[in-house]
Design a protein around this ligand. Structure first.
Ligand code: GLV
Length: 397
Protein backbone atom coordinates (compact mmCIF):
# COMPACT_ATOMS: atom_id res chain seq x y z
CA UNK A 1 0.00 0.00 0.00
CA UNK A 2 1.39 3.38 -0.94
CA UNK A 3 1.92 5.78 1.94
CA UNK A 4 0.33 9.11 1.08
CA UNK A 5 0.64 11.09 4.30
CA UNK A 6 2.92 11.09 7.33
CA UNK A 7 0.20 9.92 9.71
CA UNK A 8 0.04 6.53 8.02
CA UNK A 9 3.46 5.69 9.38
CA UNK A 10 2.15 5.65 12.91
CA UNK A 11 -0.18 2.67 12.38
CA UNK A 12 2.57 0.76 10.59
CA UNK A 13 5.06 1.55 13.36
CA UNK A 14 2.57 0.31 15.91
CA UNK A 15 2.40 -3.05 14.13
CA UNK A 16 6.14 -3.30 13.89
CA UNK A 17 7.49 -2.11 17.24
CA UNK A 18 7.32 -3.90 20.59
CA UNK A 19 4.48 -2.41 22.58
CA UNK A 20 6.75 -0.89 25.23
CA UNK A 21 8.67 1.02 22.59
CA UNK A 22 5.67 2.16 20.54
CA UNK A 23 3.93 3.34 23.70
CA UNK A 24 6.96 5.32 24.82
CA UNK A 25 7.01 7.28 21.58
CA UNK A 26 3.27 7.62 21.12
CA UNK A 27 2.02 8.53 24.54
CA UNK A 28 1.31 11.88 26.07
CA UNK A 29 0.94 12.80 29.73
CA UNK A 30 -1.95 11.64 31.92
CA UNK A 31 -5.35 12.14 30.19
CA UNK A 32 -3.56 12.95 26.93
CA UNK A 33 -5.91 15.89 26.41
CA UNK A 34 -3.09 18.09 25.13
CA UNK A 35 -1.94 15.26 22.86
CA UNK A 36 -5.28 15.31 21.04
CA UNK A 37 -5.58 19.06 21.25
CA UNK A 38 -2.22 19.54 19.51
CA UNK A 39 -3.92 18.03 16.44
CA UNK A 40 -7.47 19.26 16.95
CA UNK A 41 -6.48 22.90 17.32
CA UNK A 42 -4.96 22.89 13.83
CA UNK A 43 -8.25 21.67 12.42
CA UNK A 44 -10.11 24.69 13.82
CA UNK A 45 -7.96 27.12 11.84
CA UNK A 46 -9.25 27.70 8.32
CA UNK A 47 -7.83 29.30 5.19
CA UNK A 48 -8.62 32.54 3.39
CA UNK A 49 -6.91 31.75 0.09
CA UNK A 50 -6.12 34.42 -2.49
CA UNK A 51 -6.77 33.58 -6.12
CA UNK A 52 -5.49 34.46 -9.56
CA UNK A 53 -1.92 34.98 -8.46
CA UNK A 54 0.82 33.56 -10.67
CA UNK A 55 2.10 30.66 -8.59
CA UNK A 56 4.15 29.00 -11.31
CA UNK A 57 7.24 29.50 -9.15
CA UNK A 58 7.24 28.82 -5.42
CA UNK A 59 10.21 29.52 -3.18
CA UNK A 60 10.12 27.64 0.13
CA UNK A 61 13.66 28.34 1.25
CA UNK A 62 14.33 30.18 4.47
CA UNK A 63 17.12 31.10 6.85
CA UNK A 64 17.29 29.89 10.45
CA UNK A 65 19.94 31.48 12.71
CA UNK A 66 21.79 32.41 9.54
CA UNK A 67 21.63 28.94 7.95
CA UNK A 68 19.83 28.62 4.65
CA UNK A 69 17.51 25.62 4.53
CA UNK A 70 15.22 24.19 1.87
CA UNK A 71 11.97 24.62 3.79
CA UNK A 72 10.67 25.87 7.15
CA UNK A 73 10.32 22.30 8.41
CA UNK A 74 13.04 20.94 10.70
CA UNK A 75 13.57 17.82 12.76
CA UNK A 76 12.77 18.02 16.47
CA UNK A 77 14.82 16.20 19.09
CA UNK A 78 13.36 12.82 19.96
CA UNK A 79 15.09 10.47 22.35
CA UNK A 80 16.53 6.99 21.82
CA UNK A 81 15.97 6.58 18.10
CA UNK A 82 17.75 3.21 17.92
CA UNK A 83 14.76 1.75 19.70
CA UNK A 84 12.79 2.65 16.58
CA UNK A 85 15.33 1.39 14.04
CA UNK A 86 18.87 0.01 14.25
CA UNK A 87 20.20 2.97 12.23
CA UNK A 88 18.57 5.37 14.69
CA UNK A 89 19.98 8.90 14.70
CA UNK A 90 22.38 8.08 11.82
CA UNK A 91 19.40 7.59 9.51
CA UNK A 92 17.69 10.76 10.74
CA UNK A 93 20.87 12.78 10.28
CA UNK A 94 21.34 11.53 6.72
CA UNK A 95 17.71 12.05 5.76
CA UNK A 96 17.66 15.59 7.22
CA UNK A 97 20.86 16.53 5.40
CA UNK A 98 19.51 15.08 2.16
CA UNK A 99 16.35 17.16 2.55
CA UNK A 100 18.47 20.28 3.11
CA UNK A 101 17.09 20.90 6.57
CA UNK A 102 18.19 21.02 10.21
CA UNK A 103 18.23 18.04 12.54
CA UNK A 104 18.12 18.52 16.31
CA UNK A 105 19.87 15.74 18.18
CA UNK A 106 18.47 14.78 21.58
CA UNK A 107 20.70 14.72 24.68
CA UNK A 108 19.21 11.26 25.20
CA UNK A 109 20.19 9.98 21.79
CA UNK A 110 21.39 6.42 21.31
CA UNK A 111 24.18 7.84 19.09
CA UNK A 112 26.69 10.40 20.31
CA UNK A 113 27.27 13.88 18.93
CA UNK A 114 30.52 12.62 17.36
CA UNK A 115 28.79 9.64 15.73
CA UNK A 116 26.07 11.82 14.26
CA UNK A 117 28.66 14.31 13.00
CA UNK A 118 30.47 11.42 11.29
CA UNK A 119 27.50 10.88 8.96
CA UNK A 120 28.67 13.86 6.88
CA UNK A 121 27.74 17.47 6.33
CA UNK A 122 24.48 18.95 7.54
CA UNK A 123 23.31 21.74 9.82
CA UNK A 124 22.57 20.27 13.27
CA UNK A 125 21.40 21.61 16.60
CA UNK A 126 21.94 19.92 19.94
CA UNK A 127 19.09 19.61 22.47
CA UNK A 128 20.28 19.98 26.03
CA UNK A 129 19.03 18.74 29.35
CA UNK A 130 20.85 20.43 32.21
CA UNK A 131 22.16 17.84 34.65
CA UNK A 132 22.76 18.50 38.34
CA UNK A 133 26.43 17.90 37.70
CA UNK A 134 27.37 20.96 35.67
CA UNK A 135 30.69 19.49 34.58
CA UNK A 136 28.65 16.92 32.63
CA UNK A 137 26.82 19.75 30.88
CA UNK A 138 29.97 21.72 30.14
CA UNK A 139 31.71 18.69 28.66
CA UNK A 140 28.72 17.83 26.54
CA UNK A 141 28.27 21.34 25.19
CA UNK A 142 31.97 21.49 24.30
CA UNK A 143 31.72 18.15 22.52
CA UNK A 144 28.68 19.38 20.57
CA UNK A 145 30.56 22.53 19.56
CA UNK A 146 33.56 20.50 18.46
CA UNK A 147 31.38 18.11 16.50
CA UNK A 148 30.06 21.09 14.52
CA UNK A 149 26.62 21.52 16.06
CA UNK A 150 25.35 25.03 15.39
CA UNK A 151 22.98 25.82 18.27
CA UNK A 152 21.92 24.62 21.69
CA UNK A 153 18.23 23.86 22.08
CA UNK A 154 17.63 24.14 25.80
CA UNK A 155 14.59 22.18 26.99
CA UNK A 156 12.95 24.25 29.72
CA UNK A 157 9.77 22.30 30.48
CA UNK A 158 11.24 19.25 32.20
CA UNK A 159 12.27 19.86 35.82
CA UNK A 160 10.60 16.48 36.29
CA UNK A 161 9.35 14.04 33.68
CA UNK A 162 5.63 14.19 32.87
CA UNK A 163 3.50 11.23 33.90
CA UNK A 164 3.04 8.95 30.91
CA UNK A 165 0.88 6.19 32.25
CA UNK A 166 1.60 3.61 29.58
CA UNK A 167 5.30 3.79 30.49
CA UNK A 168 4.36 3.01 34.08
CA UNK A 169 1.76 0.41 33.21
CA UNK A 170 3.47 -1.68 30.55
CA UNK A 171 3.59 -4.98 32.32
CA UNK A 172 0.63 -7.37 32.28
CA UNK A 173 -0.47 -6.43 28.79
CA UNK A 174 2.97 -7.24 27.44
CA UNK A 175 2.96 -8.54 23.88
CA UNK A 176 6.03 -9.52 21.90
CA UNK A 177 6.03 -8.56 18.24
CA UNK A 178 9.31 -9.48 16.67
CA UNK A 179 10.00 -8.20 13.19
CA UNK A 180 13.77 -7.85 12.98
CA UNK A 181 16.93 -8.82 14.81
CA UNK A 182 17.58 -5.70 16.93
CA UNK A 183 13.95 -5.67 17.94
CA UNK A 184 14.21 -9.35 18.75
CA UNK A 185 17.15 -8.54 21.06
CA UNK A 186 15.22 -5.65 22.57
CA UNK A 187 12.24 -7.91 23.08
CA UNK A 188 14.28 -10.63 24.73
CA UNK A 189 15.61 -7.97 27.10
CA UNK A 190 12.07 -6.92 27.77
CA UNK A 191 11.01 -10.49 28.40
CA UNK A 192 13.94 -11.07 30.75
CA UNK A 193 13.08 -7.96 32.68
CA UNK A 194 9.45 -9.00 32.72
CA UNK A 195 10.30 -12.37 34.22
CA UNK A 196 12.82 -11.03 36.74
CA UNK A 197 11.11 -7.90 37.89
CA UNK A 198 7.44 -8.28 38.75
CA UNK A 199 6.75 -4.58 38.38
CA UNK A 200 8.64 -4.03 35.14
CA UNK A 201 8.31 -0.55 33.65
CA UNK A 202 9.66 1.37 30.66
CA UNK A 203 13.41 1.02 30.44
CA UNK A 204 15.96 1.42 27.67
CA UNK A 205 16.66 -1.99 26.07
CA UNK A 206 19.93 -3.39 27.38
CA UNK A 207 21.75 -3.35 24.04
CA UNK A 208 21.35 0.44 23.88
CA UNK A 209 22.57 3.36 25.94
CA UNK A 210 22.33 7.14 26.07
CA UNK A 211 25.50 7.44 24.04
CA UNK A 212 26.32 11.04 24.89
CA UNK A 213 26.68 10.00 28.52
CA UNK A 214 28.46 6.67 28.14
CA UNK A 215 31.88 8.00 29.13
CA UNK A 216 30.31 9.81 32.06
CA UNK A 217 28.72 6.67 33.50
CA UNK A 218 25.26 8.10 32.97
CA UNK A 219 24.31 6.18 29.85
CA UNK A 220 22.02 3.55 31.36
CA UNK A 221 18.50 3.70 32.74
CA UNK A 222 17.92 1.64 35.86
CA UNK A 223 14.94 -0.62 36.34
CA UNK A 224 12.65 0.98 38.87
CA UNK A 225 9.10 0.95 40.08
CA UNK A 226 8.40 4.05 38.06
CA UNK A 227 9.05 4.65 34.37
CA UNK A 228 12.81 4.08 34.04
CA UNK A 229 13.16 7.46 32.36
CA UNK A 230 11.21 9.30 35.05
CA UNK A 231 13.57 7.94 37.69
CA UNK A 232 16.59 8.85 35.58
CA UNK A 233 15.32 12.42 35.25
CA UNK A 234 14.63 12.63 38.98
CA UNK A 235 18.18 11.46 39.70
CA UNK A 236 20.14 13.46 37.15
CA UNK A 237 18.25 16.45 35.75
CA UNK A 238 18.53 19.70 37.68
CA UNK A 239 15.07 20.72 38.78
CA UNK A 240 16.41 23.96 40.22
CA UNK A 241 17.10 25.20 36.67
CA UNK A 242 16.11 28.85 36.27
CA UNK A 243 16.68 31.86 34.01
CA UNK A 244 20.03 32.56 35.67
CA UNK A 245 21.21 29.25 34.23
CA UNK A 246 20.43 30.50 30.74
CA UNK A 247 22.96 33.25 31.46
CA UNK A 248 25.38 30.61 32.76
CA UNK A 249 24.90 28.57 29.58
CA UNK A 250 25.60 31.66 27.50
CA UNK A 251 28.82 32.12 29.46
CA UNK A 252 30.12 28.65 28.64
CA UNK A 253 29.31 28.55 24.91
CA UNK A 254 29.39 30.92 21.96
CA UNK A 255 26.61 28.89 20.30
CA UNK A 256 23.20 30.54 19.97
CA UNK A 257 20.61 29.24 22.44
CA UNK A 258 17.02 28.43 21.60
CA UNK A 259 14.69 27.84 24.54
CA UNK A 260 12.24 25.05 23.88
CA UNK A 261 9.06 24.83 25.94
CA UNK A 262 7.78 28.40 26.13
CA UNK A 263 3.97 28.70 26.13
CA UNK A 264 3.22 32.17 27.51
CA UNK A 265 3.84 35.83 26.69
CA UNK A 266 5.33 36.32 30.15
CA UNK A 267 8.07 33.77 29.59
CA UNK A 268 8.62 34.91 26.01
CA UNK A 269 9.47 38.40 27.30
CA UNK A 270 11.92 37.02 29.87
CA UNK A 271 13.49 34.82 27.21
CA UNK A 272 14.13 37.83 24.99
CA UNK A 273 15.59 39.78 27.93
CA UNK A 274 17.84 36.81 28.71
CA UNK A 275 19.43 37.09 25.31
CA UNK A 276 18.25 33.86 23.72
CA UNK A 277 18.60 33.54 19.96
CA UNK A 278 15.11 32.15 19.53
CA UNK A 279 12.11 30.50 21.13
CA UNK A 280 10.45 27.19 20.40
CA UNK A 281 6.80 27.14 21.39
CA UNK A 282 6.50 23.55 22.54
CA UNK A 283 4.59 21.41 25.00
CA UNK A 284 7.08 18.59 24.60
CA UNK A 285 4.78 16.65 22.30
CA UNK A 286 2.12 16.82 25.06
CA UNK A 287 4.34 14.63 27.27
CA UNK A 288 4.86 17.00 30.19
CA UNK A 289 2.02 19.06 31.71
CA UNK A 290 -1.38 17.90 30.49
CA UNK A 291 -4.08 20.52 29.80
CA UNK A 292 -1.69 23.11 28.47
CA UNK A 293 -3.00 24.52 25.20
CA UNK A 294 -2.03 23.19 21.83
CA UNK A 295 1.13 24.88 20.67
CA UNK A 296 -0.67 26.37 17.64
CA UNK A 297 -3.07 28.05 20.11
CA UNK A 298 -0.23 29.49 22.24
CA UNK A 299 1.93 30.59 19.30
CA UNK A 300 0.47 34.00 18.54
CA UNK A 301 0.72 35.35 22.09
CA UNK A 302 4.39 34.33 22.21
CA UNK A 303 5.14 35.91 18.83
CA UNK A 304 3.46 39.16 19.86
CA UNK A 305 5.32 39.26 23.17
CA UNK A 306 8.70 38.99 21.44
CA UNK A 307 7.89 41.99 19.22
CA UNK A 308 9.73 40.06 16.51
CA UNK A 309 13.08 40.56 18.25
CA UNK A 310 13.87 36.85 18.02
CA UNK A 311 12.51 34.13 15.75
CA UNK A 312 9.77 31.93 17.17
CA UNK A 313 9.39 28.30 16.13
CA UNK A 314 6.75 25.71 16.94
CA UNK A 315 6.57 21.98 17.45
CA UNK A 316 3.65 19.75 18.42
CA UNK A 317 1.03 18.10 16.26
CA UNK A 318 2.44 19.13 12.88
CA UNK A 319 1.34 16.39 10.48
CA UNK A 320 0.40 18.26 7.29
CA UNK A 321 1.77 20.97 5.05
CA UNK A 322 -1.40 22.90 5.88
CA UNK A 323 -0.35 22.82 9.57
CA UNK A 324 3.01 24.33 8.66
CA UNK A 325 1.31 27.09 6.67
CA UNK A 326 -0.99 27.89 9.61
CA UNK A 327 1.97 28.14 11.97
CA UNK A 328 3.78 30.48 9.59
CA UNK A 329 0.65 32.61 9.18
CA UNK A 330 0.52 32.96 12.98
CA UNK A 331 4.08 34.22 13.03
CA UNK A 332 6.32 31.16 13.32
CA UNK A 333 9.63 31.26 11.48
CA UNK A 334 9.51 27.49 11.06
CA UNK A 335 8.33 24.27 12.65
CA UNK A 336 9.93 21.13 14.03
CA UNK A 337 8.51 17.63 13.64
CA UNK A 338 9.07 14.82 16.13
CA UNK A 339 6.81 11.77 16.05
CA UNK A 340 6.44 11.66 12.24
CA UNK A 341 10.22 11.24 12.08
CA UNK A 342 10.24 8.50 14.71
CA UNK A 343 7.40 6.52 13.16
CA UNK A 344 8.71 6.74 9.60
CA UNK A 345 12.16 5.80 10.91
CA UNK A 346 10.66 2.75 12.59
CA UNK A 347 8.91 1.65 9.41
CA UNK A 348 11.53 2.35 6.80
CA UNK A 349 14.76 3.74 8.28
CA UNK A 350 16.43 6.59 6.42
CA UNK A 351 14.12 6.16 3.41
CA UNK A 352 11.11 6.57 5.69
CA UNK A 353 12.40 9.82 7.18
CA UNK A 354 13.29 11.12 3.72
CA UNK A 355 9.77 10.37 2.55
CA UNK A 356 8.24 12.09 5.58
CA UNK A 357 10.25 15.25 4.93
CA UNK A 358 9.44 15.11 1.21
CA UNK A 359 5.70 14.65 1.79
CA UNK A 360 5.54 17.61 4.17
CA UNK A 361 7.60 19.69 1.75
CA UNK A 362 5.26 18.88 -1.13
CA UNK A 363 2.14 19.48 0.93
CA UNK A 364 3.37 22.88 2.07
CA UNK A 365 4.26 23.80 -1.50
CA UNK A 366 0.76 22.86 -2.67
CA UNK A 367 -0.85 24.77 0.21
CA UNK A 368 1.15 27.86 -0.76
CA UNK A 369 0.13 27.53 -4.41
CA UNK A 370 -3.54 27.10 -3.55
CA UNK A 371 -3.40 30.07 -1.16
CA UNK A 372 -1.66 32.36 -3.64
CA UNK A 373 1.69 32.60 -1.83
CA UNK A 374 4.89 32.42 -3.86
CA UNK A 375 7.31 32.76 -0.97
CA UNK A 376 7.18 32.30 2.78
CA UNK A 377 7.25 36.09 3.16
CA UNK A 378 3.93 36.26 1.30
CA UNK A 379 2.16 34.13 3.92
CA UNK A 380 0.23 36.57 6.12
CA UNK A 381 -2.15 36.53 9.05
CA UNK A 382 -4.96 37.32 6.58
CA UNK A 383 -4.47 33.95 4.88
CA UNK A 384 -6.07 32.21 7.83
CA UNK A 385 -8.93 32.64 10.24
CA UNK A 386 -8.59 31.39 13.80
CA UNK A 387 -11.41 30.69 16.28
CA UNK A 388 -10.21 33.57 18.50
CA UNK A 389 -10.47 36.12 15.68
CA UNK A 390 -13.29 38.68 15.89
CA UNK A 391 -16.11 37.95 13.43
CA UNK A 392 -15.46 39.56 10.05
CA UNK A 393 -19.12 40.37 9.50
CA UNK A 394 -20.66 42.18 12.44
CA UNK A 395 -23.92 40.49 13.48
CA UNK A 396 -27.07 42.58 12.83
CA UNK A 397 -28.57 43.63 16.13
C1 GLV B 1 12.08 12.80 26.29
O1 GLV B 1 12.40 13.95 26.14
C2 GLV B 1 10.75 12.36 26.50
O2 GLV B 1 9.85 13.22 26.48
O3 GLV B 1 10.53 11.16 26.70
Amino acid sequence: MEITNVMEYEALAKEKLPKMIYDYYASGAEDQWTLMENRNAFSRILFRPRILIDVSKIDMTTTVLGFKISMPIMVAPTAMQKMAHPDGEYATARASAAAGTIMTLSSWATSSVEEVASTGPGVRFFQLYVYKDRSVVTQLVKRAEKAGFKAIVLTVDTPRLGRRESDIKNRSNHRLQITNLPLFIASITELTCFLNVPSYRFVLPQNLSLKNFDGLNLGKLDKTDDSGLASYVAGQVDRSLSWKDVKWLKSITPLPILVKGVLTAEDARIAVQSGVAGIIVSNHGARQLDYVPATITALEEVVEATQRRVPVFLDGGVRRGTDVFKALALGASGVFIGRPVIFSLAVDGEAGVRKTLQMLHDELELTMALSGCRSLAEITRNHIVAPWDPPRIAPKL
